[in-house]
Write a protein that binds this ligand. Structure first.
Ligand code: FAD
Length: 437
């Protein structure tokens, strides 16, 4: 207290992803001072990362500077730093290269990281897709494999042109479909002096179906479309080892490749391991019904970092209860909920109710599946148009929307793709993407 007025409460939000930004926007204009911390100075629209990785979009189209979001918001500040821990006694957020930040309320929204399930070599030699750096790393790799195969004939036969995607969930399906199109329709023309059709895209899934959260008809549709488009879809195949030049399957088969895209699963960001909270499924922080951490009423966890029981009456031990999925909407709605809880102040905590807006996945040009809470499941062109429209609406910033729209229209009309640029060094293809930044 300085001049007799009560001090404004300080809210620190760790992570400027879907959840963090939604909480900050909701808190803006109220009687609190908000600081958003992120290791990057931009927000990444993760659902379109695979298009950056397959040269459909520019990196800048799917990222948006956090400072731009809050340019006109006097009580929302931004700090670019990596959070290294929390000092609970002094209520400080500890940062790698910045002064610690004091807080009255803390919102943790640090998202996910790839889960390699202890598969030997996967962390070192595969290409996960959880950051812009990883997306451009994968794009460089695919293009460099083609350059290398064109330059040295031996590389046309040694697996350099095999692109293996592990994981048949939405991300794996999207990447496999987009890689198939990139190779078939674009790189085959770019590399007309060699037989680019030697290149293969192989999608490996350990379970017996693709797109597990979707209906059987959508799953079958996805598989058919991918197969028609030349993707070798293999179900019931588990990866046991990843080497720089091959992937080894449980059957003992070795597929030569230098490019293994890891889309087999996510776990909570490793930061949450250090916070001393009870962890639930996927290493996520177990939260109470109001998304606060049990025993820490001023600390909330939202989005992918939180292990949230589905439904209004979560089971305290939680093990058998269904959980909310790792989706942008869960993070966005969770962000709004905790902001409202903080603003409400006094009173009994109110449980978070998730409104399910449905699920969608695109398989490639004119092919997607969408299962919305109302109406019949959509497949094909209609679902694809719905997917395009919704992603444009949720993308941040008018410039980005305009750029993505123009890129999509151009790609659609000409089959051409824009950013086929190799930014990394001009050496041979590597095994392993840049680490997450
Ligand atoms: C390739 C891909 C495709 C996807 N497609 C879809 C889709 O189509 N539809 C859908 O609903 N969901 C999709 N998802 C999931 C969705 O993106 C996530 O559920 C959502 O981003 C979770 O939001 P969040 O706020 O919890 O975390 P994120 O949005 O991941 O944000 C976390 C933020 O925390 C920052 N951060 C992390 N660690 C630190 C640290 N130590 N210090 C400071 N900052 C830190 C990160 O830089 C990041 O900005 C996709 C995810 C991926 C990876």
């Amino acid at each position: 207290v300085t001049d007799g007025a009560p001090r404004r409460r300080r809210v620190v939000i760790v992570g400027a992803g879907f959840g963090g930004l939604s909480a900050a926007r909701r808190l803006d204009g109220h009687d609190v001072d908000v600081t958003v911390v992120d290791r990057n100075n931009f927000h990444t629209f993760l659902p379109l990362l695979y298009q950056v990785a397959t040269a459909g979009l520019n990196a800048a189209d799917v990222a948006y500077p956090v400072r731009s979001v809050f340019q006109r918001h006097q009580h929302v500040a931004f700090r670019q730093a990596t959070v290294t821990g929390i000092d609970w006694e002094r209520r400080l957020v500890l940062l790698d290269a910045a002064d610690p930040l004091p807080f009255d309320h803390l919102i943790i929204a640090v998202g996910s990281a790839p889960n390699f399930f202890g598969t030997p070599g996967a962390a070192e030699h595969s290409f996960p897709l959880y950051s812009l750096a990883q997306a451009t790393g994968l794009r460089n790799q695919v293009l460099r494999c083609f350059e290398s195969a064109d330059a040295q004939v031996a590389h046309q036969r040694d697996g350099t042109l095999n692109f293996v995607v592990v994981g048949g969930g939405p991300t794996g399906v999207e990447v496999a479909g987009a890689l198939g199109e990139l190779i078939d329709k674009v790189l085959a023309r770019d590399f007309h002096t060699m037989d680019a059709r030697r290149a293969r895209v192989i999608l490996l899934e350990a379970g017996d179906r693709l797109l597990a959260p979707f209906s059987t008809r959508s799953q079958r549709f996805a598989r058919q479309v991918l197969t028609w488009r030349g993707v070798d879809v293999r179900l019931g195949e588990q990866v046991t080892e990843v080497r720089p030049d091959a992937v080894v399957l449980a059957s003992g088969e070795e597929i030569p490749t230098r490019t293994l895209v890891w889309a087999a699963g996510v776990r909570a960001n490793p930061l949450v391991d250090q916070l001393g909270f009870e962890l639930g499924r996927g290493g996520r922080i177990r939260v109470a019904a109001d998304l606060s951490v049990p025993g820490h009423p001023d600390v909330y966890v939202i989005g992918d970092s939180a292990d949230i029981a589905a439904g209004p009456a979560p089971d305290a031990t939680g093990d058998g209860a269904p959980r909310l999925p790792q989706l942008a909407q869960v993070a966005i709605q969770g962000g709004r909920h905790v902001a409202d809880e903080i603003l409400r102040g006094e009173g009994a905590p109110r449980p978070f109710h998730y409104f399910d807006k449905g699920i969608m996945a695109t398989i490639g040009r004119r092919a997607a599946v969408a299962e919305l809470p109302f109406g019949p499941p959509l497949r094909g062109m209609v679902a694809w148009l719905a997917w395009l429209g919704l992603h444009l609406v949720y993308l941040m910033g008018m410039r980005n929307r305009a750029s993505v729209f123009v890129n999509w229209a151009w790609n659609y009309l000409t089959w051409d793709r824009g950013p086929r640029l190799i930014f990394a060094g001009s050496g041979p293809p590597t095994a392993g993407a840049p680490t997450d930044t």
